[in-house]
Write a protein that binds this ligand. Structure first.
Ligand code: SAH
Length: 366
């Protein structure tokens, strides 16, 4: 496989010295190593990359989210200066489409300061190009904490699934954490740690059967907590979209684990090529909602992406585009299907809304 993977040697050395590491630490190194981390190296998106996202499939995705944020801004009395924020904007498509749609409401754009939270230099470059000549000049931040504390109108698509998680599995002795260990032959493989009693935050898992997996993303919960804190203090609205589950859905689906690697649009072994594959885990929207609510916000949904986009008017928008460009009608319909069909992204992907307590609900959440 990949002797060329420069992170492999560093991981092997580190594990030999300090013992096995958690899945969270493995993800952190593989995705965010300043030199060789997956998101620091190049552009992983699109046909030539490893995966495709909603805004890369159709302009309708970003347009409808832009209009939902504009609507929320009107519903909340049009705060005069606010932060329009995207977490992990990828190639900038979503925000470019959102801003074009928002140009229907010039006062929204006049009141907005645009912040892109992005750690990848190549993707910052792509975002700058996507937004060049547009209505707002972006400012970049490495983390939400670096964005000024203003009323917050925020979107994050496929951001939380890229943040590190830890995993535990239930066996007869208790919960054991899944760790990454080094073999004598220079391979990386999974092993299980000592049995431990549940940490706080495992929730009501007393009924989880043997073999059940539990996953927890502390970084994601911290970001959701920060979003919730800002919404509670200054108002605004947040729309988070991701591969996600709720606690109840997880139990229903059989307590599976969701750590996965994508390479060249195919599933791959997550340990095979550190830094060269996209590593993700499905997002626990129950945990993110709880973190935001503990910080004083209210959670809406989650709602399946298909239903969410339909409520925002996806069909009408697709029909209008098809009317303007009849030659594209077929591909527009196909793209809309990919986003909304429950057999494609329509159900697995979900939207979670966050607002201050007592704020009007965000469009799309019913
Ligand atoms: N939202 C985009 C891209 C999703 S890919 C889309 O829908 O197309 C994940 C994005 O999150 C990338 O832009 C990646 O560089 C960014 N990212 C990943 N981890 C991050 C972190 N810890 N802090 C900030 N950005 C991060």
């Amino acid at each position: 496989m990949s002797d060329a993977s420069p992170l492999r040697a560093a991981l092997l050395e580190r594990i030999r010295r300090g013992g096995p590491i958690g899945v969270d630490e493995y993800m952190r190194v593989c995705l965010a190593d300043p030199e060789h981390g997956y998101y620091r190296r190049g552009d992983p998106l699109g046909a030539a990359g490893d995966f495709t996202t909603g805004p890369e499939i159709s302009q309708i995705f970003g347009e409808l989210i832009g209009l939902a944020l504009v609507q929320a801004w009107f519903d909340q009395g049009r705060p005069t200066e606010f932060a329009l924020v995207e977490l992990g904007p990828g190639r900038g498509r979503l925000m470019a489409d959102a801003l074009r749609a928002a140009s229907l409401a010039p006062p929204f754009l006049q009141a907005a300061r645009l912040f892109l939270v992005e750690t990848s230099q190549p993707l910052r470059q792509a975002q700058a190009e996507a937004l060049a000549g547009g209505s707002l000049a972006p400012e970049w931040a490495n983390q939400l904490q670096d964005v000024p504390d203003l009323p917050l109108f925020l979107v994050a698509n496929e951001f939380f699934d890229a943040l590190p998680i830890r995993q535990w599995r239930r066996d007869p002795e208790g919960w054991r954490e899944r760790l990454v260990d080094a073999g004598d032959g220079g391979d990386l493989h999974f092993t299980m740690g000592e049995a431990e009693t549940p940490e706080p935050g495992f929730g009501d898992l007393a009924d989880a059967p043997e073999g059940a997996w539990f996953e927890r993303g502390a970084e994601g919960e911290a970001v959701a907590g920060e979003v919730g804190r800002r919404l509670a203090a200054s108002g605004g609205a947040a729309i988070l979209i991701d591969y996600a589950y709720t606690a109840a859905q997880r139990a229903e689906a059989g307590w599976l684990e969701t750590f996965q690697a994508m390479r060249g649009h195919a599933y791959a072994d997550p340990l095979a090529a550190p830094g060269e594959a996209d590593l993700t885990a499905h997002v626990d929207f129950s945990a993110l909602a709880a973190a935001a609510e503990a910080a004083g916000a209210t959670a809406l949904g989650p709602v399946g992406q298909g239903r969410f986009l339909a409520r925002l008017g996806a069909e009408q928008r697709a029909a209008a585009l098809a009317k303007a460009n009849p030659a594209k009608a077929e591909s527009l319909a196909a793209d809309l299907g990919r986003l909304t069909d429950p057999r494609e992204m329509g159900a697995l992907f979900k939207a979670l809304g966050l607002t201050a307590k007592g704020a009007p609900p965000i469009a799309g959440f019913g």
